[in-house]
Write a protein that binds this ligand. Structure first.
Ligand code: SAM
Length: 249
């Protein structure tokens, strides 16, 4: 998969792309990341990418011309039609796991990073963009959002994170939050790992993990439970959870 990121701060991405699983995937050719410096497409003598907003009100707005040229360049050199263009925006639709799954099936994902007060609205008219928000808050620029999207899409690519079971048991993969995890030592400062996790009985471990997932989701994200596709056995567990059964095993 190829991910193109249009930004005025390409250096922002250097360190994350040179670490860990992302670096390995890039070296192996599973993932190609193209960093496109929007400023290089500015044609005025100061290489400016922003200007004052019409109507006043303070702040600056990203100019349309460099963005248009940068995006046209990326589209012109794109080798597939199986692609989407995302514009990072606090005013976009909420970015979530189903969208990550959808984007992970593409061959080319293009992410435009906004800055300042945002980008000139005409970008939205000139290109078929999806505006996406990573949460109900405002950050300084789209680079952090692009990195969130890049990492979450990347984790879903075949072979990206080693064992596929890892991604399958992650939060949201089956509409619930993931269960808690433990590692050695079995006891630390008076707190023990639940016995069921030590006994090696895989069906009991699966049942315990499911119970924990349901309990966490009920506690932290009850909204997910309303949408989740629950089996009868899940509903029976939920009844035990909501009637106050101890979650600690
Ligand atoms: N004036 C904008 C608004 O009210 O929505 C906020 C602009 S923000 C300071 C600058 C850039 O950061 C935005 O253009 C966008 O690319 C990015 N950004 C800020 N918050 C974001 C969020 N929650 N999700 C995705 N991108 C965000």
């Amino acid at each position: 998969m190829k991910i193109s990121i249009l930004t005025i701060f390409p250096e922002f991405f250097r360190s994350p792309l040179e670490q860990s699983l992302l670096a390995k995937a890039i070296a192996a050719g599973t993932l190609e990341v193209e960093l496109v410096d929007i400023r290089k497409f500015s044609k005025d003598k100061h290489n400016s990418v922003d200007d004052e907003p019409y109507g006043g009100g303070g702040g600056m707005v990203m100019k349309i011309e460099p963005l248009y040229d940068a995006l046209s360049y990326v589209l012109y050199s794109s080798e597939t039609k199986k692609r989407r263009i995302l514009l990072t925006s606090a005013a976009g639709k909420p970015y979530n796991h189903p969208l990550a799954v959808k984007y992970s099936l593409l061959e080319h994902l293009i992410i435009v990073c906004g800055r300042y007060k945002g980008v000139d609205e005409r970008l939205n008219r000139l290109f078929d963009l999806e505006e996406v928000s990573i949460g109900d808050y405002v950050i300084n620029g789209g680079e952090t959002a692009a990195l969130v999207i890049l990492e979450s899409v990347f984790r879903l690519l075949p072979g990206s994170i080693g064992k596929i079971e890892c991604a399958i048991s992650d939060s949201f993969a089956d509409e619930l939050l993931g269960p808690p995890v433990w590692t050695r030592p079995a006891e630390f400062m008076g707190y023990s790992v639940p016995q069921v996790m030590l006994d090696g009985n895989h069906s009991q471990i699966e049942g315990f993990r499911r119970f924990q997932s349901l309990a966490r989701t009920w506690q932290n994200r009850p909204d997910l439970l309303r949408r989740a596709n629950l089996a009868d056995v899940d509903r029976a567990m939920l009844e035990r959870i909501t009637s106050g059964e101890d979650f600690d095993g």
